[in-house]
Write a protein that binds this ligand. Structure first.
Ligand code: DP6
Length: 421
């Protein structure tokens, strides 16, 4: 063991993206190992706009495992955290840092405690898959700290035990979570279908929809669905396996019309099985439905789909536009129908890659107010505006997988004390 008298601190900082499923995971066949009833496919979102940063540290001076999320200490006693920590500790190897004079053997890891600090660059409460990025980042950064030799697939199987969708956040681009067959979950892993450069024309616009009600968590929602819905059995057995094959093909060929049709249909079926649950679960609200209406109407007015939409366990819309030009036309429509409340400036209403605003041709709220109604709206039907129903928009794109941030100034824990900065 390294010299106890020197109260050294060793730390690693990593950044991990969130992901949005285009073929949804909904339903478990094993609750504690988090094994799903069907495969799923996701797009990784650009960590520049949506990511979790986590610093993990170890020191002989720590007397217990501790974790801080967005600066506030949280409990690590939950089963999911404990499982991830146990699995990763079991795979730790010898670590040597010659510069700091630190030597940790495989055995030492059993007795050493950890400090973990995690930060989301987007509001945790916005319902944007923070647990996916969070658990993926926890597992990825600990694997680096503890010199775990396992490949990303095996790490994905550990992240999966924190939150199912987290396993897909270990890669960039397009990712498939293979449900697997084994009872121990060893073959329930994520694989990369294509990296983020494969289809880099795509632009993603997220509408963070204002909502007052607390939603049913994914975990309990999917449990209730599996227990009470007949439709979910048909979905998992008959529908998803075919869709997975078709979606993989659409991604491979960059076939946007097929991609959009499959993503929209799968999101709608996921919400249909929620409705088929007893008692029914409603994740989308009126604003979500209006956004679907707006995109569907526009897609139908064009020759083929221009925009795909998908909704997770909440009212936020994730829209995927086939290219930048389409994204600008989409944002134009969204800003027309869903302008912000008075006194909101455009700069805080559209965040992420704001450069799209130039393509939309709006500089400030005056320009937004002057936007004309979209041409697919017939003259005889008044164009509705729903002020304040969207909190803000995030413009982003498919992005890369986890990375280690080697610059110590980006660490969330102090390198001397291992306490939050
Ligand atoms: C609707 O991964 O949050 O976002 O495994 O219980 O932690 P647990 O659930 P979680 O469920 C995500 C469900 C979804 C669809 C998806 O991401 O595939």
């Amino acid at each position: 063991m390294a010299d106890e008298s020197k109260k050294w601190v060793l730390l690693v900082t990593a950044q991990t993206p969130t992901n949005i499923a285009v073929i949804k995971y909904w339903g478990k066949r094993d609750e504690s190992l988090i094994l799903p009833i069907n495969d799923s496919i996701s797009v990784t979102l650009d960590p520049a706009h949506l990511c979790t940063t986590t610093t993990v540290s170890v020191s002989p001076s720590f007397d217990q495992d501790r974790m801080w999320l967005n600066g506030k200490e949280i409990s690590l006693s939950g089963g999911r955290f404990q499982r991830c920590l146990k699995e990763i500790r079991a795979r730790a190897s010898d670590v040597e840092d010659e510069k700091k004079g630190i030597k940790i053997t495989k055995k030492d890891w059993e007795n050493l405690h950890l400090h973990i600090s995690s930060y989301n660059n987007f509001p945790t409460a916005a319902g944007l898959a923070s647990s996916a990025a969070g658990f993926a980042c926890l597992v990825f950064s600990l694997a680096k700290l503890m010199n775990v030799k396992e490949d990303l697939g095996q790490l994905s199987a550990i992240a999966r035990q924190g939150s199912g969708s987290a396993c897909r956040s270990l890669y960039g681009g397009f990712v498939k979570w293979i449900m697997g067959k084994n009872d121990d979950g060893s073959d329930s892993i994520a694989v990369q279908l294509a990296d983020e450069k494969h289809w880099d024309e795509l632009v993603i616009v997220i509408a963070v929809v204002s909502s007052r009600q607390k939603e049913t968590s994914s975990t309990s929602g999917m449990r209730e669905t599996v227990e009470t819905s007949m439709l979910i059995k048909h979905r998992a057995k008959e529908v998803v396996p075919k869709r997975i094959v078709e979606m993989e093909e659409a991604i491979k060929k960059r076939d946007f019309p097929s991609f959009a049709r499959l993503a929209c249909a799968d999101s709608n079926q996921f919400h249909a099985v929620c409705m088929d649950t007893s008692p029914p679960i409603f994740y989308m609200n009126d604003t979500s439905h209006r956004i679907i209406g707006c995109v569907e109407k526009w897609n139908r007015a064009e020759e083929s789909p221009q925009v795909a939409y998908t909704f997770d366990a909440g009212p936020n819309a994730v829209m995927i536009a086939r290219n930048r030009k389409v994204a600008a036309l989409l944002l134009q429509r969204l800003l027309f129908h869903f302008p912000p409340n008075a006194d909101t400036d455009l700069n805080s209403y559209v965040i992420g890659d704001k450069s799209i605003l130039q393509d939309v041709g709006v500089k400030d709220m005056k320009d937004v107010e002057a936007l004309p109604p979209p041409p697919e709206i017939k003259d005889n039907i008044p164009a509705h505006k729903y002020k304040g129903d969207v909190s803000y928009f995030i413009c982003t794109r498919p992005g890369k997988g986890p990375v280690v941030l080697s610059d110590e100034s980006q660490a969330l824990l102090c390198p001397e004390t291992g306490m939050p900065k």
